[in-house]
Design a protein around this ligand. Structure first.
Ligand code: PLP
Length: 419
């Protein structure tokens, strides 16, 4: 393998273990989980002692509000659930449209469809996030919201997006599932919108295996989110946070257990340490590769706020991507020419336009399917940009030596491939 690359580091270094919060699980998580188990109170709303309800989900919500700088937080069972809840809470339904990047995770699309509304796919720009100019291109009288994904620890251009969307009377939804702890212009993401969501799934910065959070400053959105996540209920705990003013309606069941909340709480307390670590490893790699010809980096609107857990090498020459990836991988550098995200128009649920029952599909009135706006050829920029990169993850267990080795390897492979 080494002989594939003529100029290279002297010795092949073992691959560093990737992963963020999952690798930071330790005594803090253990102690909080044991606390739940010893009290025998795994359910958030009541336990053995009627005078003191179980505390973990409540503390998690309180600390999330303080950390992000918002008013209301609701712990839920996943980021996907959080998205569906957020859409239900802003009153999204049949006939409504939401502008959302074509380059996004499965549930960024499916959560909109599941409340009966229509996702309208937009292009990304060289930040790999929502292109703010797409709002003016795609808005219709049916548009009710824009949904912004902060992809892999880098904030979208929220000041432009927020201004343009609010000027047109649209809700702004921020999907911070991948990017808790990322800031933009000195403020946490999740505070630039009407409602925002987070994920605590295994791959995320902070994890409890499965879990999520809805945050908002709006009391009505908060109450509706609570009701949607808990069978339509609005229990005394929430009544004490915001007195009820909404009519009850049929909800789902997306509650987070006390055990998951305990793990998530310990993890949220570690986000800043994980970010500081990732940023220092990233800075070390970037110092080594500065100025390499033909190699650009993903544009980052606010580099001070970048979480730093992924470096995107963007290639001017498409022919360089595959060999660069193969040679870097052969040097035991964790990297991918594709991440877990695929363009929505390549997914089966978009290609068919179907839901579990055809009558509830928001695409049922289209004469031909997939129609304009849902085919690869409608997204030339997204298609192009997402084929131009090699992404390098940075993890909690990466060391300064790993950073130097990664930097040296990139320089060596660059000399081979980009001559
Ligand atoms: C951008 C984005 N939104 C939402 C989700 C859904 O989160 P979960 O896996 O917790 O359901 C994910 C998960 O990867 C995501 O990346």
């Amino acid at each position: 393998m080494l002989s594939q690359c003529r100029v290279m580091p002297d010795t092949l270094r073992p691959r560093p273990v990737p992963g963020l919060g999952c690798n930071a699980i330790g005594q803090e998580e253990e102690e909080l989980v044991l606390d739940v188990l010893r009290r025998k109170e795994p359910f958030r709303y009541y336990g053995l002692n009627p005078d003191s309800p179980p505390p973990m989900a409540a503390i998690l919500e309180k600390e999330m509000c303080a950390y992000i700088g918002t008013d209301y937080a609701l712990a839920v069972s996943s980021g996907t659930a959080a998205l569906e809840i957020a859409y239900a809470a802003i009153g999204l339904g049949p006939g409504d449209e939401v502008i959302v990047p074509a380059w996004s995770w499965v549930s960024c699309f499916t959560a909109i469809v599941r409340v009966g509304a229509r996702p309208v796919l937009c292009e990304i720009d060289d930040t790999l996030n929502f292109d703010p100019a797409e709002i003016a291109r795609l808005v219709t009288p049916r548009t009710k919201a824009v949904s912004v994904i902060h992809y892999q620890g880098v904030a979208a251009e929220m000041d432009l997006i927020q201004k343009e969307a609010h000027r047109r009377g649209l809700f702004v939804v921020e999907d911070c599932a991948q990017s808790i702890g990322t800031t933009y212009r000195g403020r946490q993401i999740g505070t630039w919108s009407d409602v925002a969501i987070y994920s605590f799934q295994y791959n995320k910065v902070a994890t409890c295996g499965e879990g999520g959070m809805v945050v908002t400053r709006d009391q009505r959105i908060y109450e509706r989110a609570v009701r949607y996540h808990d069978l339509g209920n609005y229990r005394p705990f929430h009544e004490a946070v915001v007195p009820s003013r909404e009519k009850p309606f049929a909800g789902g069941q997306f509650r987070l257990s006390e055990i998951s909340s305990a793990v998530a709480l310990a993890q949220v307390r570690k986000v800043d340490a994980i970010k500081a670590h990732c940023r220092s490893v990233q800075a070390r790699v970037l110092a080594k590769i500065e100025g390499l010809a033909g190699l650009n980096l993903r544009r980052i609107p606010d580099s001070d706020g970048d979480f730093g857990f992924e470096i995107y090498l963007m290639f001017g020459n498409l022919d360089h991507v595959a060999p660069f990836h193969a040679k870097l991988d052969a040097l035991n550098v964790n990297c991918g020419a594709r991440t877990g995200t695929y363009p929505q128009y390549n997914r089966d649920y978009v290609k068919t336009g179907l839901l579990h029952h055809p009558a509830v599909s928001p695409f049922k009135d289209f004469k031909e399917w997939p129609d304009e706006g849902y085919r690869a050829e409608d997204f030339p920029r997204t298609e192009d940009l997402t084929k131009r990169y090699v992404a390098l993850p940075i993890g909690w267990l990466y060391t300064a030596e790993d950073a130097d080795y990664i930097g040296d390897s990139i320089v060596a492979v660059h000399a081979e491939v980009c001559r």
